[in-house]
Write a protein that binds this ligand. Structure first.
Ligand SMILES: [Zn+2]
Length: 415
């Protein structure tokens, strides 16, 4: 990777991200799924980088590459830093990989400068965060926090290969996963660097931001039932049009989300029957998603949305049904880690902007084990999960310097 005096940390990071992106299924962008040949290739690359940085490396039973820099004493607590190496189909080079590469480059710099950390540093490269291959997710981080559910081993990918079989084909024995659970007493925290995947930092011209919470998510199916009848002969006053009611509900979800701080709401799917141009719609089903880092905000918004839907149905003489299909609580970042990251951001000369993550991350699972924190790096046009995902080299450099400041200060008693 060249001499540190000749290349910036940012250049080093960008070169490594380009190198990692070569390990992909053919096609646009990067496609790298859990327990595939591409996963093996990138894991070998990450292992080599970690070894070059002076870390002791192994792959754990959940397919996570773990590199460890011992602390001052064998019983020193461990700070875990990392992210994921898998991608969505036709994703970008930076989602996940940035948070693996950046701490490796920082660890190399820490070793080079002879800095002694007051804790053991572990860098983790989780194999599955996106859930793109199997209908489950956060496998590596769930393993560390003791949340891995062995029943998921029976889940199959689209080709019919079960997760358990995929582990075996990869040369791993998932029977070893329960033993990966870490001791919270010996764990200092989990910190992840990630691209923002949103437009806030770009809009405010900031290279990095400090995450205060990872969003919680709930998904609902709401269905309006009316009556199919002839579109030419049924008078407007006597119609029971399910789609017209649903249209009002879509507008209500948008209005409620716009009027509520720290909440986003989306109607992302619609099913309509009979879906025929000259028949009044009889039934319309909407997929409604609400996200907020605060459960209370989400629950209040949920009540408001459902009351609006019921009111719309009543006014139009429609039937209304509702089911909550999925709910995952958010996770607050630890005030201690947030404060330390903000200090590092300020020390490097940037305004410490706080923001919440509207996307899920490994921190959700890690928060069951230990304190979590995240540093976001600005990405172009807020674009992610897309081949055109991009970050600037200067921002990679700024992020690395902030992470380095954080790592060298964290866990040290203040003077
Ligand atoms: Zn990610």
């Amino acid at each position: 990777m060249g001499d540190i005096a000749l290349t910036t940390l940012g250049q080093d990071i960008m070169a490594r991200l380009d190198e990692a992106a070569r390990f992909s299924e053919p096609g646009p962008g990067v496609t790298r799924f859990f327990l595939t040949p591409e996963h093996r290739q990138v894991a070998d690359l990450v292992r080599r980088w970690m070894e070059e940085a002076g870390l002791a490396v192994h792959m754990d039973a959940a397919g996570t590459v773990v590199g460890r820099l011992e602390g001052p004493a064998p019983d020193a607590p461990t700070l875990i830093v990392g992210s994921h190496v898998d991608t969505v189909r036709e994703g970008g080079k930076y989602d996940g990989m940035l948070g693996v590469v950046m701490p490796i480059v920082c660890a190399q710099e820490i070793r080079r400068s002879g800095t002694a950390l007051p804790y053991a540093l572990e860098i983790v490269a989780f194999g599955d965060e996106e859930g793109a291959r199997f209908p489950t997710t956060l496998i590596g981080s769930r393993a560390l926090s003791g949340l891995f559910d062995p029943a998921t081993l029976d889940l199959a990918d689209r080709a019919g290969v079960t997760l358990g079989q995929a582990f075996a084909d990869f040369g791993l024995d998932p029977a070893g996963i329960p033993a990966l659970k870490r001791d919270p007493e010996k764990t200092l925290g989990y910190v992840e660097v990630h691209i923002e995947q949103g437009p806030v930092l770009e809009a405010e011209d900031l290279p990095v931001g400090v995450v205060t919470a990872i969003t919680g998510i709930e998904r609902h199916t709401v269905a309006f039932t009316g009556k199919a009848s002839h579109a030419g002969t049924t008078p407007m006053e006597t119609r029971r049009d399910a789609l017209a009611g649903a249209a009002q509900a879509i507008a209500a979800v948008e209005r409620i989300a716009r009027e509520t701080d720290d909440l986003v709401g989306t109607v992302g799917s619609i099913l309509m029957e009979p879906n025929v141009i000259n028949v009044i719609p009889a039934r319309c089903e909407l997929g409604v998603e609400l996200r907020s880092p605060e459960r209370g905000i989400r629950e209040t918004a949920r009540r408001t949305v459902l009351e609006s839907c019921e009111e719309i149905a009543r006014a139009r003489g429609l039937g209304f049904e509702h089911t909550l299909g999925y709910e995952e609580d958010g996770a607050a970042c630890s005030p201690r880690i947030v404060a330390a990251l903000k200090e590092a951001v300020e020390a490097d000369g940037y305004r410490p902007r706080e923001l919440f993550s509207g996307a899920g991350h490994d921190g959700l699972a890690m928060s069951a084990l230990t304190d979590i924190g995240m540093l976001f790096v600005r990405c172009r046009d807020g674009l992610s999960h897309h081949p055109d995902e991009h970050i600037a080299e200067e921002d990679a450099d700024a992020g690395a310097r902030v992470l380095l400041s954080f790592l060298t200060r964290f866990g040290t008693p203040r003077p």
